[in-house]
Design a protein around this ligand. Structure first.
Ligand SMILES: Cc1cc2nc3c(=O)[nH]c(=O)nc-3n(C[C@H](O)[C@H](O)[C@H](O)COP(=O)(O)O)c2cc1C
Length: 444
């Protein structure tokens, strides 16, 4: 039977399923209930100098019949007193000594960092997470993403924390930056024990068409919030793999956050190099019970493949993620429609005709609604298979290779690809001279 336990930068937990710092980790009551349900760790709702929160606070992106496929909030850090939070951390650790309790912190000055670190250590926290990610409210006060967006400041503060802390420190990064490697590297240079990402993405959820106020509305006004939930997972996954592939960062444990809802999401992040995962929106949507399905699925996945621990498959997808220039240009797939499954909706035809490569034709017989693939036009883009509403009705079939594998880089090096507009193989001489209007008129 698979062993799900982890040792994440020195923080031990019975499994890699952690709650992210957010409303589900606002109190000892919630965290103990979550641990009873099966969560292996929890990052406490960020503590600092208590704040006053607004009402309302959350916005949801409903896509067709899926509610909250994206989620947004304009809430700040914990509005409870530090003393209450510390007392409850101590209580949780008494009842659950083998679960991971991580204190998320956000303060401003070095003195404040030193004091609050001592406090959470005294309360028995297993680790500290530095919230350098909050993209609203706190950043206006020089904290949260204001730190995460300034690698030098981030490195300095991580350095202060590392000098003061006796327990492992996780630096949580903001995705509101052009290259995640910059703050990732700064965190490593500052000496962080681990990295977590992503925090939320700056966003406006929508506008009320009657009042012109942005959601969520606070007395007729609003502000940008932080976006999260299933919609952000692809962005978070790319950032996780960027850090996991970076030679100077890859040795630092990564806790992945962003859009996790099922065991499959968990496995994907582990395959990209994460060794713990954190969940917020899907718990806010469906409750703590989702961890049971996560655990069952992860165990089945590992047992079926003979993996004993999650470290047996950590990062296994990374060698398959290359730069574009390294992909094989000789590889070709072509769409194939299964007539037994096709319901004749012709969405594939419309999408390909208007939005892609005109590689799908319709029968001249109006009683036959099953489209045909025009193989010579099909570039294998996948669009028809993506819009098709029937599972596995349109498949992309690998074609026999017509040439040996070759990459853009190799073709360029061999001089086989035009590298300028002026190259005759690019179809021009570098200057487009329009035909005179008179000549065009004559042509009709
Ligand atoms: C309502 C709400 C409050 C949050 N508060 C915090 C916080 O106090 N500290 C923090 O580091 N992240 C906070 N987050 C960000 C989450 O911890 C997490 O990074 C983000 O939601 C992405 O994960 P998800 O897609 O599973 O929601 C908050 C998120 C939400 C939705």
């Amino acid at each position: 039977m698979a062993d799900l336990s982890i040792n994440f930068a020195g923080i031990k937990a019975p499994n890699p399923f952690w709650l992210a710092s957010a409303p589900p980790t606002n109190s000892g009551y919630q965290i103990m209930k979550a641990f009873d349900a099966g969560w292996g760790g929890a990052v406490w709702k960020t503590m600092g100098v208590p704040v006053i929160n607004v009402s309302s606070r959350y916005g949801g992106l409903n896509y067709r019949d899926t509610r909250m496929s994206g989620f947004n909030n304009i809430e700040l850090i914990s509005d409870r007193t530090l003393a209450d939070n510390l007392r409850e951390i101590e209580e949780v650790k008494k009842y659950f000594p083998h679960h991971a309790v991580i204190a998320s912190l956000m303060v401003e000055t070095r003195k404040e960092w030193e004091q609050i670190i001592r406090d959470v250590e005294n309360a028995g926290a297993d680790g500290i997470e530095l919230n350098f990610g909050c993209p609203h409210g706190m950043c206006e006060r020089g904290m949260g993403s204001a730190v995460g967006q300034e690698p030098e400041v981030l490195e300095t503060i991580v350095g202060w924390v590392m000098a003061a802390a006796k327990i492992p420190v996780i630096t949580k990064l903001t995705p509101n930056i052009s290259n995640i490697e910059d703050p990732g590297l700064a965190a490593v240079k500052g000496g962080t024990s681990a990295i977590s990402l992503i925090n939320t993405i700056k966003s406006i959820m929508g506008i009320d068409l009657d009042t012109f106020a942005p959601y969520p509305v606070v007395d007729g006004k609003g502000t940008n919030g932080g976006y999260c939930g299933p919609a952000v997972k692809p962005i978070a996954m790319n950032m996780v793999r960027q850090l996991a592939q970076h030679p100077q960062i890859s040795g630092t444990p990564i806790s992945a956050i962003g859009g996790i809802e099922t065991w499959r999401d968990v496995v994907e992040y582990i395959l990209l190099g994460a060794t713990s995962v954190q969940v917020c929106t899907s718990v806010m949507h469906y409750g703590f019970g989702i961890v049971r399905e996560m655990e069952r699925g992860l165990r089945r996945f590992m047992d079926e493949r003979g993996y004993q621990t999650i470290y047996d498959f950590t990062g296994k997808a990374l060698p398959n993620i290359l730069e574009w220039k390294e992909l094989n240009l000789s590889y070709k797939v072509v769409a194939s429609i299964n007539p037994d499954k096709c319901i004749g909706c012709q969405l594939c035809y419309i999408a390909c005709e208007d939005g892609a490569h005109q590689a799908i034709g319709l029968s001249s017989d109006p009683t036959n609604r099953i489209p045909d693939i025009i193989e010579e036009n099909c570039v294998g883009c996948n669009l028809c298979s993506l819009v098709c509403p029937v599972e596995a009705c349109i498949t992309m079939e690998k074609q026999p290779a017509k040439a040996a594998p070759v990459t853009w880089e190799e073709l360029t090096e061999a001089g086989e690809i035009p590298n300028s507009f002026n190259d005759p193989r690019a179809g021009g001489n570098g200057h487009y001279v329009p035909e005179p209007a008179e000549a065009l008129r004559k042509k009709g």
